[in-house]
Design a protein around this ligand. Structure first.
Ligand code: NAP
Ligand code: F7E
Length: 344
């Protein structure tokens, strides 16, 4: 019989790609979904895997629920991807974010510890734990300095995974993943906001995109590559923590330029009375305007990952580069806008 995996956050970007990956590996996949008025299965449907997954009701806020589900399913591997994952929202909902992204991790770890056995655990940690970076590029030895309630909560979850490994000998791995994107990325994140905006402008459904800090820099990879690394971590005999990143860093501004290039549009940046905008070089139309509401109370300016350990110990490296990622996202959003089918 194949192995059994329980994925929390299965309805999200990574949960969907990880499910597809594990199904192809012959796993029996169980997916934890929280109760909402309508279950968000659009991504799983888009990958055509909804009928290959066993959905179970489970919220990270409720330990009795977690205990019953894990006891009943008896998974070989648990991937904890569930989170309030939007940094901006964490400034407005810091307590809720901590409840799920920090304490939620302990609820699962404690359940696994109490049940005993050999359940392997993956924790979705993040480059946001590096925040105000102390050295560059960042690897597993880089000191942490989170800059948001999200980053602080994730750092707690990260250390809990490390602590349960050291204190209770749990097979717990923490993947410190840098930003990873895809056509299944949520529309509030900057990459997808841009690619969907480019598609809507191209199809004349919208005039411009409003953005915040254009100068923030990120190490952006492809989510499909990154879920592979999650699985590789749990297959190692000795659990450890790994940075997963491309080792390349670009600004939001560069992302905008390349996304418009994908539809043969060149952007030029114009300063008018101290207000910047991105204009179409050919027509002069404003395609990008700046809205300070999208700025963060504390920003993470630069993130650049060093995934040498993952390369050496997991034989992992990214397959999709920055340009291909953007083209893939713009193309999919053009299809969606044209057919008026968004899926999620
Ligand atoms: P995502 O698309 O926002 O998905 C988050 C998932 O968590 C959704 O399935 C959501 O369910 C679920 N969830 C939220 N609150 C929950 C709760 N209280 N109980 C149970 N489930 C809950 O996030 P993602 O981009 O796939 O990221 C996956 C994980 O990796 C997250 O933990 C994120 O913080 C972390 N991470 C992401 C990145 C990245 O660049 N994508 C980088 C580093 C780390 P609904 O569908 O009901 O909302
Ligand atoms: O912002 C800037 C913004 O929201 C990226 C999550 O998956 O990756 C993600 O967090 C940058 C920031 O992602 C807009 O200020 C400018 O500097 O796409 P984002 P994030 O905050 O990096 C990490 C690794 C995670 O773990 C998280 O879960 O882009 N930016 N203008 C903007 N950002 C947004 N969202 N919207 C704007 O209009």
């Amino acid at each position: 019989m194949g192995k059994r995996a329980l994925i929390t956050g299965i309805t999200g970007q990574d949960g969907s790609y990880l499910s597809e990956f594990l199904i192809n590996k012959g796993y029996e996949v169980y997916g934890a979904v929280r109760r909402t008025s309508s279950i968000n299965t659009g991504r799983l449907s888009e990958l055509d895997i909804l009928n290959k997954i066993n959905l179970v009701a489970m919220d990270l806020a409720e330990i009795t629920n977690i205990q019953r589900v894990i006891e009943e399913i008896k998974p070989d591997e648990v991937y904890n991807l569930a989170a309030q994952s939007f940094v901006q929202t964490s400034f407005d909902q810091p307590i809720y974010t901590s409840e799920i992204d920090a304490i939620g991790v302990t609820r699962i770890l404690e359940t696994i510890r109490m049940l005993g056995g050999n359940i392997k655990f993956y924790q979705a940690s993040t480059s946001e734990m590096f925040g105000k970076v102390q050295t560059s590029p960042q690897n597993e030895e880089t000191p942490f300095y989170p800059r948001s309630p999200y980053g602080v909560s994730k750092l707690y979850g990260h250390w809990m995974a490390v602590n349960y490994r050291e204190a209770w000998d749990l097979h717990a791995c923490s993947g410190i993943l840098f930003n990873h994107e895809s056509p299944l990325r949520g529309i509030e994140f900057v990459t997808r906001k841009i690619t969907l905006g480019v598609a809507e402008i191209t199809k004349e459904k919208k005039k411009s995109i409003s953005l915040g800090n254009l100068n923030a820099k990120r190490d952006w990879g492809y989510a499909g590559d990154y879920v592979n690394a999650m699985w590789l971590m749990l297959q190692k005999k000795t659990p450890s923590d790994y940075v997963i990143a491309t080792g390349e860093m670009y600004s939001v501004r560069e992302f905008v330029e390349k996304a418009f290039n994908a539809v043969d549009t060149e952007i030029e940046w114009v300063l008018d009375d101290g207000v910047e905008s991105g204009r179409c070089k050919k027509t002069g139309n404003i395609l990008v305007d700046i809205n300070k509401d999208f700025n963060r109370p504390a920003e993470t300016d630069y993130l650049l990952g060093d995934a040498t350990k993952a390369k050496e110990e997991l034989n992992w490296k990214p397959q999709v580069n920055f340009n291909t990622l953007i083209e893939m996202m713009v193309k999919k959003d053009l299809d969606r806008v044209e057919n008026d089918v968004y899926g999620f």
